[in-house]
Each structure stands twice: as structure tokens, then as C-alpha cells.
Design a protein. Structure first.
Length: 262
């Protein structure tokens, strides 16, 4: 079963957890007081919308297909939900999806002409895909070079762990102009410095007991905050919601800190 626990943007519990009324739902997005998810039913994959009590209210959502990747648009550019974890998101004029997380290939689609641009990120950076963010017609992609894949979240959240820093070599931030398909800004972090949040203007990393916020323009440090809750030989994951990056213990799922984005 799939259980949803509700928090407000400050990280406070706002209600009792509820269970979706279909088994083993892969949650793709939570927005507009609805849960969007995918589930298996008699060998078919179904996409459904659930209310905030867990009851299914719609399972007839349209799909659009590009190459072998299927995804669905619903609502305007600010409210886009999808059927495939490969789908990154869209701006007003473009959509993007990623293929082959271990050898990532980025595809950008012009929604007016249906023309596509493909970028072989694996050949350029030799790193695994972690997550991406779109604002206007700019797309930032975060990748990592480590001998173990880093987990990442579905929906509109950015979730990753730092359970394997001993295997880490570097993270990569790459900013792409979706109109031209050109990478216009990139940065490689230090060994053991993990990017825990990034958008088209700033990035937050964890490095040697500190959270460091950078302006991505010239990778200029703009803030540092102690990460006293991060202990040696323990595991943590980070999830973005609203104006904060929330820090969770991987052992207890307890929220132990929140880092302001703005």
C-alpha cells in the first residue's frame, strides 16, 4: 500500500496519514489537493488521480508519446503531471525528458513544431543523472560521478541521499538553454561535495559538515550553514518543498533540519 503523510511548507505535520485505495501506487506528483500516481492492474499500467483522503477520482488521463517515452500533460505549464519518471518537465514552449539514468541522454521538445534536440550528457560529463529543474526556458541538470547510483525523488520534489560519500568523486551542475539546446553554464564540485538542491540561479551543497549556498552564475558562495545533524556512518536524504530543503534521517524517516532556499 502507499501512504501519504501531509506537512506544511514549514515542515509541520498537518493531518493524519492516509492510504491510497489502489495497491502499490508510484506517486508522480502531489498538487492542487490531488495525488497523481501510476499503478499496475491485471498487467496494465494505469494513471490515476486521488483526492487527499486517498480515494481515486479519475483514471482516464491522456498520454502523449515521444519516441519510446510516454508522458501526459494536464493543466497549464505550472501544473504538469506525467506518466513516466523519464519526464523532467516543461516551460511554456518546451518539454524535456531524460533517458538512461546511468548514461543520461537529454531530449528537448519544441511543443509548437514537435522538433527535438538530443544531448548526450553521458559523453559530455561521464556521470549519472540525479535530477533537473526548469524555469522559463532554462533547464538545469544535476549529475554525479560515484560508483553507486544516488536515489532521486518523483513528482516535483528533488530527493537524493548522501549515504555513500566515500564513493563520491564529484557532482556536476549543467545549465541548458532549451531554445538552442546549448549548455550555457556548468560547474564541477569538489570530491565529497554533494549538490542537495539546484535551480537555474542557485545551488546548495553539503560539504564537510556545512550546507553551502552558491550563485550558479559564477559559482560564488553566498551563504554557509552548519550541518550539525549529519553524523559519520549514518544515512540521510533531502527533499525540496516550498522555500526549504528538508533533511530526513534515512533510518527513522524523521525530519531533522530544514534549509531555506531563498
Amino acid at each position: 500500500m502507499t501512504t501519504i503523510t501531509k506537512y506544511d511548507p514549514e515542515g509541520n505535520l498537518t493531518g493524519k496519514p492516509f492510504v491510497l485505495d489502489k495497491p502499490d501506487v508510484n506517486v508522480l506528483a502531489i498538487d492542487n489537493n490531488c495525488v497523481y500516481g501510476r499503478y499496475d492492474d491485471e498487467n496494465d499500467v494505469n494513471i490515476a488521480v486521488f483526492d487527499m483522503n486517498g480515494k481515486m477520482i479519475n483514471n482516464d488521463l491522456p498520454e502523449y508519446e515521444y519516441s519510446d517515452i510516454k508522458f501526459m500533460f494536464s493543466g497549464d505549464e505550472e501544473n504538469t503531471y506525467y506518466t513516466s519518471s523519464n519526464y523532467i518537465g516543461r516551460s511554456k514552449n518546451y518539454a524535456a525528458y531524460i533517458d538512461k539514468y546511468y548514461a543520461p541522454e537529454l531530449t528537448i521538445i519544441d511543443l509548437d513544431s514537435n522538433d527535438t534536440v538530443q544531448i548526450d550528457l553521458a559523453a559530455m560529463f561521464k556521470a549519472y543523472y540525479v535530477y533537473a529543474d526548469i524555469e522559463d526556458d532554462s533547464l538545469c541538470v544535476v549529475m554525479t560521478d560515484t560508483s553507486e547510483k544516488i536515489s532521486f525523488g518523483g513528482g516535483h520534489s528533488n530527493e537524493l541521499d548522501i549515504s555513500s560519500l566515500e564513493l563520491h568523486k564529484y557532482d556536476i551542475y549543467a545549465l541548458t538553454d532549451m531554445k538552442s539546446g546549448k549548455i550555457i553554464n556548468q560547474h564541477k564540485t569538489r570530491k565529497y561535495e554533494r549538490i542537495i538542491y539546484a535551480d537555474t540561479k542557485k545551488a546548495i551543497t553539503y560539504y564537510r559538515g556545512n550546507y553551502i549556498t552558491y550563485s550558479t552564475d559564477k559559482w560564488k558562495k553566498i551563504n554557509t550553514q552548519k550541518a550539525d545533524e549529519i553524523k559519520k556512518d549514518e544515512s540521510y536524504f533531502f527533499d525540496t518543498c516550498g522555500d526549504y530543503v528538508f533533511v530526513f534521517s534515512d533510518n527513522t524517516d524523521e525530519m531533522i533540519n530544514k534549509i531555506p532556499i531563498k
